[in-house]
Design a protein around this ligand. Structure first.
Ligand SMILES: CC(C)(COP(=O)(O)OP(=O)(O)OC[C@H]1O[C@@H](n2cnc3c(N)ncnc32)[C@H](O)[C@@H]1OP(=O)(O)O)[C@@H](O)C(=O)NCCC(=O)NCCSC(=O)C[C@](C)(O)C(=O)O
Length: 277
């Protein structure tokens, strides 16, 4: 597949702004999905509520074959078919509260092409700022990866993890995935259309969202240290599929916590680091 990188890089610097309200309904939809108690107006919003806010919304006619908005609008028209959430980093400046109006200010920061074990990879980095009436709440770097069509079984390398000091188990069932897709208005078919996920994109099942795994890791980090971290970075290292329990785990490091999600077989699927001020 020919990639015109100069053309794609002409998207760098494009911006998009959208606003949303942290309604009690939205906050409690996420709380319930994570298995947490309901909140009231004025409470601190659940971890990573920003991924449920101000999602891209386009008319049905403007949706691409993967269920996301067709490329070439805010995001560049990368010609590789399979989109994934590669990773990112978050810096927390101030809490977002239930009831807040939040503005998302997004900017295309970089577009690069790399050769991966699994074929060509095109990374699009997007910077976001989430701003409330009290000022900047969260800064985010979001790395999106676009991949070649599947040609065989995935060939990613196993990633070592330390012995877990804290560990929770979560069932990756289609209801969990559907509820998270609905909360984030994410129409990506790999999360709910099993035939598409397996036959078109070549996965072993429905794919567990990167932001859902990161939210569970961030939630564990906050519970272990009894306060949210100041910064959090994470990378998807292997896809996680529905149909089994997966673990959400953490271990102490010199600077904070190393956290990871792992398949029932033990293979890590997302690795994260949380640091406290
Ligand atoms: C990302 C995959 C395809 C690369 O797999 P690979 O084995 O081909 O790559 P590699 O050979 O390990 O690395 C090649 C190069 O890419 C870099 N690289 C490698 N990985 C990353 C990463 N994560 N973030 C940033 N950079 C990365 C890596 O550092 C290296 O760079 P270098 O040549 O300069 O040394 C593979 O690791 C994988 O499948 N990871 C799991 C991804 C995943 O499951 N994401 C969540 C589900 S998709 C989702 O939630 C979707 C959503 C929410 O609907 C939505 O569309 O937004």
């Amino acid at each position: 597949m020919e990639i015109d990188l100069d053309h794609l890089r002409s998207w760098i610097g494009r911006t998009e702004t959208a606003a949303d309200l942290v309604t009690v309904r939205l906050a409690n939809g996420l709380q319930a999905t994570l298995g947490d108690a309901p909140l009231a107006e004025g409470d601190r919003a659940p971890p990573a509520i920003q991924w449920c806010l101000a999602p891209p919304i386009v008319a049905a006619a403007e949706i691409g074959p993967d269920g996301h908005p067709a490329r070439g609008g805010f995001l560049p028209p990368v010609p590789l078919p399979r989109r994934m959430w590669a990773g990112g980093s978050l810096r927390f400046h101030a809490p977002i509260l239930v009831g807040d109006r939040v503005e998302r200010r997004s900017r295309i920061a970089d577009v690069t092409v790399k050769a991966g074990r699994s074929g060509s990879l095109c990374f699009v980095a997007v910077d976001h700022e989430y701003v409330t009436s009290r000022g900047l709440a969260v800064e985010e770097r979001h790395d999106i990866v676009y991949r070649d069509a599947a040609t065989g079984p995935a060939r990613t390398a196993p990633v070592e993890t330390p012995a877990p000091q804290w560990r929770e188990s979560v069932t990756a069932d289609p209801v969990l995935l559907f509820r998270y897709s609905a909360l984030t208005f994410n129409g990506h078919r790999i999360h709910y259309d099993r035939r598409y996920a397996m036959e078109v994109e070549g996965y072993e099942g429905l794919v567990v969202h990167g932001p859902l795994q990161a939210t569970l890791l961030l939630r564990l980090a906050g519970r272990v240290k009894e306060r949210p971290p100041a910064s959090f970075s994470f990378r998807g290292v292997n896809p996680l599929f529905d149909g089994a329990d997966f673990s959400v785990a953490a271990a102490e490091t010199a600077d904070g916590l190393r956290l990871w999600t792992a398949r029932a077989s033990g293979e890590a699927t997302m690795i994260a680091d949380a640091v406290w001020a």
